[in-house]
Ligand binder design. Structure first.
Ligand code: ADP
Ligand code: MG
Length: 689
């Protein structure tokens, strides 16, 4: 990058922290919010729930108060309508020397409640004479990480860099939408929109710029999905499973240990219709944890077997693959079906026998981890692939399964992450979606409570009672990258503490930083029932099934997203016993957090929770976009709020495809070129399957 102030060191930080590699990337690093600095507030209007505000007035006096870590500088500030405290915890000497009681200042910051009084911590202060409100307008704020701030790159710095960048740009930035689309939809031209998104003159201009950029983003996502599915339908035929035969019926009449729920039946009918249709099935099966997806998967695989095809089930971890293997083997007891397990730890000899059994067709069902994707794994006649807990798999990996037969097999993707409609439409535009929205009979809803961490004694008493009754307990700690060191320390301390508190019992420990083998061994100790308590991070989130575990304690629950809490909660409540989920937080919580936790306490409905989560946090936070398998990052559109625009963009994209099925019309040339370059730059983007 060639901008003053950004040398190789800072450029490196920008690469790593924000994925900014070029001037173009910088241009597309949009503000995450704008603060209206065109208005002044009065001190007497202020309360602790306001966003950023600004005041104009004088400092009456300054003093340092407190000792040690709570030492701070307090400036009493007044505009004639009241007095408010400005507070600094750092740079006290510098600040005290910089401001005086004679000048008139404009103070800018977020009012918060502290010790029962409203104050503003670390405000921005300018001389009133140097700022004219009319020229301030909407001030953009850019996301900057802690590491960036350590290299002195904060929001202001980015704003300046972008401003310099714009001054260097002479002519127009190459347009990315065709003139006809811009005209028909009354969109702002790109150059204008980019300028306005960084330096809006007024709210109206900002809104128009946002609409243009959001539309473009959503439009290309939809064009990509629709084009892709059009190509696929042309290229591939689906295997036709004509018969419902021997295996399916035998299983249904002899082996099925309970009756199917109405929803399981309905979903199986949907799948049955797909695989008989001649089109290749791509179906997403959403069902809350414990809703009985495994059975649906198994019976779908039996449809393939009935028609002379093989089936494969892929799980994201060895433990899950193992669990599926054991469950399914048991369910198929005494049926003439050969089923094998292939994982990274399958021994060489066993592995060779499996590979040859797959080639000859002797093996009917293969269950495994990523190991099944390897090139050496080839099937005689693969007809059905089931992918469990899809969000742990990248899209590219899914695509690789396709190449295991001359036509792609039917694909059933199962997930317990409830995906709201707008999101599903964006992510899997051409996947059909089935939903299991009913739990098998006889389940007791999990009782969820929110408890403050000063009531540990009663918490431990209830845990002890459960263990005495023969149950097992999970205790989960947060672990996120940004605060990994501290989090690991907390986990370690928590573990020590639990070991002391429950010295008569066995406690195991699992976290993502452990070696896989060690992790599996600890997990196994819990699954086998040897350990009574498992102290863990979210690694247990997906799929693990220990029906005997009846208590899920989540420490620092405020640090988890709602969907994640719901996933974790789903680890209990799998047996017949009453289960509990206990959300532990400190007493100090924001209003927002209280509300979020209250949703968890009130609802067991994953979809409702996901909707609420999407509204409260926005999908950008949906548990780290990359990890959750979302194949692209939205820079500006917000799926929670822009559902309507998404639907509209989809219609426009569909119209383009209908009107130009061969992608050959000159007026669309720009669109196809742009799509191609997007597919190239964002590798995953191209293969949403
Ligand atoms: P998930 O959807 O989370 O993968 P599972 O497939 O593991 O759920 O099912 C959870 C439990 O429910 C299993 O123990 C399974 O045997 C049981 N189950 C599934 N379907 C039914 C049913 N129709 N009636 C009773 N129990 C069922
Ligand atoms: Mg499952």
């Amino acid at each position: 990058m060639f901008l003053p102030g950004i040398g190789p060191q800072r450029a490196g930080v920008l690469n790593r922290e924000l994925g900014i590699y070029s001037l173009h990337d910088l241009l597309y690093h949009f503000p995450y919010k704008y603060v209206d600095r065109s208005r002044l507030y009065y001190v007497h209007e202020i309360n602790g729930n306001m966003p950023y505000i600004q005041l104009k007035g004088h400092i009456l006096s300054m003093e340092t108060v407190g000792e040690g870590r709570s030492r701070r500088l307090v400036a009493h500030f007044s505009d004639g309508t009241g007095v408010i405290d400005l507070v600094w915890f750092q740079g006290i000497k510098y600040v005290a020397g910089k401001y005086n009681t004679r000048q008139e200042y404009i103070v800018f910051g977020k009012p918060t409640l502290f010790n029962g009084r409203v104050n503003i911590a670390h405000p921005e202060i300018d001389h009133a004479s140097e700022l004219t409100l009319s020229s301030m307008g909407l001030q953009p704020h850019y996301h900057a990480t802690e590491r960036m701030k350590r290299s002195y790159m904060n929001s202001n710095f980015i704003q300046k860099a972008i401003s310099v960048l714009f001054n260097q740009i002479t002519g127009e930035i190459p347009e990315t939408l065709s003139p006809s689309i811009i005209a028909a939809n009354h969109l702002m031209p790109l150059t204008e929109a980019l300028r306005a998104i960084h330096f809006p003159k007024n709210p109206d201009e900002l809104r128009r710029a946002q609409t243009r950029l959001k539309f473009e983003e959503l439009f290309y996502i939809q064009l990509n999905i629709l084009r892709y599915s059009q190509e696929r339908q042309r290229k591939y035929r689906g295997f036709v499973f004509e018969h419902v035969g021997k295996y399916f019926n035998e299983f249904y009449h002899n082996n099925l240990p309970f009756s199917l729920t109405g929803t399981q039946k309905r979903v199986l009918k949907e799948i049955r219709y797909d695989v008989g249709s001649g089109r290749q099935m791509n179906r997403l099966l959403q069902g809350d944890v414990g809703s009985g997806k495994t059975l649906v998967a198994l019976m779908s695989m039996l449809m393939a077997l009935d028609n002379g095809y093989q089936a494969c089930l892929m799980a994201p971890t060895e433990i899950l693959a193992n669990q599926h293997y054991e469950t399914i083997k048991e369910l198929l007891f005494s049926m003439n079906i050969r089923i094998e397990l292939l994982t990274g730890s399958t021994r060489k000899k066993q592995r060779e026998s499996i590979l040859s059994g797959l080639l000859t067709g002797e093996i009917n069902i293969l269950i495994g981890t990523h190991a099944v994707l390897e090139n050496t794994v080839n099937f005689a006649k693969l007809g059905m692939v089931v992918i469990d807990e899809q969000h742990r798999f990248g899209v590219a990996q899914r695509a690789r399964l396709w190449s295991k037969n001359f036509n792609p097999p039917h694909v059933l993707v199962m997930t317990a992450t409830p995906i709201p409609r707008t999101l599903a439409m964006t992510l899997y535009g051409d996947l059909e979606v089935s939903v299991i929205d009913e739990l098998p009979p006889g389940r007791k809803p999990i009782v969820t409570v929110h408890q403050f961490d000063n009531r540990r004694k009663s918490l431990y008493d209830s845990i002890r009672k459960q263990i005495e009754e023969g149950r097992q307990v999970y205790i989960v700690f947060p672990l996120i990258q940004e605060s990994e060191k501290i989090d690991l320390k907390n986990l370690e301390e928590g573990y020590q503490h639990i070991c002391e508190e429950f010295s008569g019992y066995t406690v195991c420990k699992v976290h993502g930083k452990m070696k896989a083998a060690e992790k599996d061994a600890e997990m196994q100790r819990f699954i086998s029932g040897e350990a009574h308590i498992m102290v863990a991070t979210t690694v247990i989130e997906v799929g693990v099934n220990v029906p005997n575990a009846s208590v899920m304690v989540i420490e620092n629950a405020e640090r988890f997203g709602l969907s994640q809490l719901h996933q974790l909660r789903g680890r209990v409540g799998r047996g017949a016993d009453q289960s509990y989920c206990i959300l532990v937080t400190s007493y100090k919580l924001s209003e927002d957090t209280r509300r979020r936790l209250q949703i968890m306490v009130e609802s067991n409905d994953g979809f409702k929770i996901a909707e609420a989560d999407l509204k409260l946090r926005g999908p950008g936070d949906l548990e780290g976009t990359q990890q959750s398998g979302i194949p692209f990052n939205l820079k500006i559109a917000n799926l929670a709020r822009d559902g309507q625009l998404l639907g509209y963009a989809r219609e426009v994209a569909q119209a383009v495809i209908n009107d130009d099925p061969e992608a050959s019309k000159p007026e669309n040339e720009l669109l196809w070129k742009q799509l191609k370059s997007l597919r190239k730059t964002q590798v995953n983007w191209a293969s949403i399957s």
